[in-house]
Design a protein around this ligand. Structure first.
Ligand SMILES: O=C(O)CC1=CCC(=O)O1
Length: 262
């Protein structure tokens, strides 16, 4: 178990794979921690050096008081990568992790050679929507959002499986301030013009049943980047790496190979 002391926050992270492996970074979504990627990890090719981490206020990382800015979240990823010599990496970001990927690619192209924008957008939701969610958590805790969140995260078929409870527990065990802090960061982020200026290999991944960032939003975002590709996962919700890890890993592997990273 590893913690990186970044001054204003300490981040729990994990690195797997050989020291000389091709660098890949995974950034997870609101209300989840680095275990989001557990189902996909054993399905990825050998030869990757993989960095995963818990965003501030999530998982085992410390939880500074809310609100947070997207600038802080991008800087957390940047400092963690600098600390561990991750350069020229493929950065895979899901949902708010995809916003972090866009922000990092805009700021530090030396760190990011290609991005995967999974179940995300250049802008997610509206300020009013996030303000409503933040006040719901402030008054009723994350539990107040849990049922509606499961409907956005997972397809109807997955919601009938016993595994649902694990992911619901992951959500409700995050700190309130971690959730609302990151929600504020999302509310204040619109990357449309900056993402349209990006020139790097990019893959969009969407779930046909995604109730948070539907396929049209992912497509509209990925199409801002010339030459990008799109992979639609049928029958999956907002977290396709959980629902269909084999297909997700195959899409990632094809992309990582296609850009000559391995
Ligand atoms: O709506 C949700 O709970 C899903 C989500 C939106 C942004 C994010 O990171 O997760």
């Amino acid at each position: 178990m590893k913690m990186a002391d970044l001054g204003d926050v300490r981040l729990h992270y994990r690195i797997d794979g050989p020291e000389d492996g091709a660098p890949v970074v995974f950034a997870n979504s609101l209300g989840t921690d680095l275990r989001l990627w557990d189902p996909v990890m054993p399905l990825l090719p050998a030869g990757l050096r993989i960095l995963r981490y818990d965003k501030r206020g999530h998982g085992l990382s410390t939880c500074p008081p809310a609100p947070y800015s997207m600038g802080q979240l991008v800087s957390d990823a940047e400092r963690l990568m600098d600390l561990h010599g991750f350069k020229d990496a493929v950065f895979v970001g899901l949902s708010i992790g995809g916003l972090i990927a866009q922000g990092l690619a805009i700021k530090r192209l030396d760190l990011v050679r290609a991005i995967v924008l999974s179940n995300t957008g250049a802008k997610i939701g509206t300020r009013d929507m996030w303000a409503d969610r933040i006040s719901a958590v402030d008054s009723g805790g994350i539990e107040a959002l849990a049922d509606a969140t499961m409907e956005r995260w997972f397809s109807a078929a997955f919601r009938k499986t016993p595994e649902l409870e694990l992911w619901r527990n992951m959500l409700t065990r995050q700190e309130n301030a971690g959730y609302t802090g990151c929600a504020s960061a999302i509310a204040g982020t619109d990357f449309y013009s900056t993402t349209a200026a990006l020139r790097l290999p990019a893959l969009g991944i969407a779930g046909s049943e995604d109730g948070a960032t539907p396929p049209d939003l992912v497509r509209e975002t990925i199409e801002l980047i010339p030459g990008s590709k799109m992979h639609l996962m049928r029958g999956a919700g907002h977290l396709p790496c959980v629902e269909k890890p084999e297909e997700y890993a195959e899409a990632l592997t094809g992309f990582v190979r296609g850009v000559g990273h391995i």
